[in-house]
Design a protein around this ligand. Structure first.
Ligand SMILES: [Zn+2]
Length: 479
């Protein structure tokens, strides 16, 4: 009787006739899903209730909304609260605060999300690099003192209290680069109700050492640890996937991966050395990624004419060496100005093994309107290229890795499964049609094939178009 009175209280929606892939990894089955308010209230062979809205889903997959395990969408959400590039991929929750980024307390970030009211949900990590910058200011090119670490701990503890998922770091970037393992272990202990997630110190030659460091931080901090956007990004570590997977399995680590063999970052990320005037480091850096033709400048505020060109092309047109070009780019953007590069540095064979592994979830590592196609294409690319075409994964396993696996790892309560009582973050897509269209030269091209998206029970995308409704909320760590 209680259920019946709730049903009378607000109109329900019946998703009818679809192929249910519930997020648990179970085989697809035909079933109908009833949602009411923000919740899933029934699943099974259901009939339409009087007055009920029916969403016909025959021929479509019905599954939980995708959780983007490493997202930079928060940066652009104020300008673009529709998050169309995320929503059109089926992403309903973005996990932000990555790579050690932090510009204000997580409680304030959550307040901003409530004010902005985006289409998608956001969960947040507290970022080591930003905490470090807040405490150490410009004097960060050294290990933090005990007193400084104590101040970072205070800020981190407040973030954890506000519902942060844990501590993130970006040890290849300033100012996190200058920390040592012990500094992070001390902070990780404060985050142990949650987890540690890291863009590790080196994604190239010393990637194995960097993964070991992450494992040590997890162990000594007594918390789960996850490798962000896992990759083997230089010749020296190509084909070492089995070593990495052994470590992940032995140390109970998790990881996330994006389905592209090229990365995007600052040009300094080409080399772990900071000895930028030394030509030798760039000779090696370019050799490691297969040459200057594999490095494409995607942002460069001092000279927009260079944007979209490879370092090899710029060298040719200017009559200078690729190394001189890189050094000039660094020099002119170090203090002011921005630059970023897209670098083809990974092997498809390594990527496929990561995509397949059950402990590796998916991330876009993308932003809204970013210059890497992963920002608009990641999830449909997994489903089209690696599920439908190459059959690297079954659809139910791919969806488990997009939904319940991240939800459980990050402690996102009542999300990631199509289950009675769970929150109705739901995607309806065509497995035969889903496709990504973004490329390095057209990075913002939207994905297609996702027909309907419900976020917190609200019909946010219908027939592939925005409905104008926005129901995204902050998501707190389950306690
Ligand atoms: Zn990163």
């Amino acid at each position: 009787m209680i259920a019946a009175s709730i049903l009378l209280a607000s109109p329900s929606i019946l998703i009818y006739g679809g192929l249910l892939v519930d997020g648990s990894g179970s085989a697809p089955r035909e079933a109908n899903v009833r949602i009411q308010g923000s919740r899933i209230v029934e699943i099974g062979a259901l009939r339409r209730l009087p007055g009920e809205t029916v969403i016909a889903a025959k021929g479509f997959v019905v599954c939980p909304g995708f959780i983007d395990a490493h997202s930079h969408a928060l940066g652009g959400i104020e300008k673009e609260p529709t998050a169309i590039s995320q929503l059109s991929q089926g992403i309903t929750t973005a996990v932000a605060g990555q790579d050690g980024g932090w510009s204000q307390p997580v409680a304030k970030e959550f307040a901003d999300i409530l004010r902005i009211k985006p289409t998608i949900n956001f969960a947040m990590f507290s970022g080591h690099g930003g905490l470090r910058a807040e405490v150490m200011g410009k004097d960060y090119k050294r290990v933090a003192t005990t007193a400084e670490i104590e101040r970072m701990k205070t800020l981190l503890a407040a973030d954890m209290k506000a519902g942060a998922l844990g501590l993130s770091s970006g040890l290849e970037y300033d100012p996190g680069y200058y920390s040592n393992t012990d500094e992070i272990v001390q902070l990780a202990k404060v985050a142990r109700q949650g987890m540690y997630i890291s863009h590790v110190r080196d994604e190239a030659d010393k990637a194995m050492d960097a993964f070991q460091e992450l494992s040590k931080i997890g162990k000594e901090g007594s918390l789960p640890a996850q490798i962000s956007h896992i990759k083997l990004g230089s010749k020296a570590v190509w084909n070492k996937t089995s070593d990495v997977i052994k470590l992940i399995e032995k140390e109970h680590l998790t990881a996330d991966v994006y389905p592209y063999t090229y990365w995007q970052s600052t040009i300094a990320a080409l080399s772990p050395s900071r000895d930028w005037e030394n030509d030798e480091i760039w000779v090696k850096a370019l050799d490691d990624v297969g040459g200057a033709q594999n490095v494409r400048l995607s942002t460069y505020t001092p000279n927009p004419a260079w944007v979209g060109k490879t370092i090899a092309e710029i060298a040719q047109t200017t009559g200078r060496t690729p190394i001189k070009i890189i050094q000039e780019i660094l020099l002119t953007t170090n203090e002011e100005g921005r630059q970023s590069v897209v670098v083809t540095a990974m092997q498809e064979s390594d990527l496929v093994k990561f995509v397949r592994h059950p402990k590796i979830m998916f991330c876009s590592d993308g932003s809204i309107g970013g210059s890497h196609p992963r920002g608009a294409g990641t999830f449909p690319r997994i489903l089209s290229k690696y599920v439908r075409e190459q059959k690297v994964l079954t659809v139910q396993e791919a969806i488990r890795k997009m939904t319940s696996f991240p939800a459980q790892t990050f402690k996102l309560k009542n999300r990631g499964l199509l289950k009675k009582g769970y929150i109705a973050d739901i995607v309806i897509f065509s497995l035969s049609k889903i496709a990504d269209h973004a490329t390095p030269s057209d990075s913002k091209a939207l994905s297609t094939g996702v027909r309907d998206v419900f976020v917190n029970g609200v019909h946010t995308m219908s027939q592939g178009k925005l409905t104008g409704l926005r129901a995204g909320t902050p998501i707190f760590r389950d306690r």
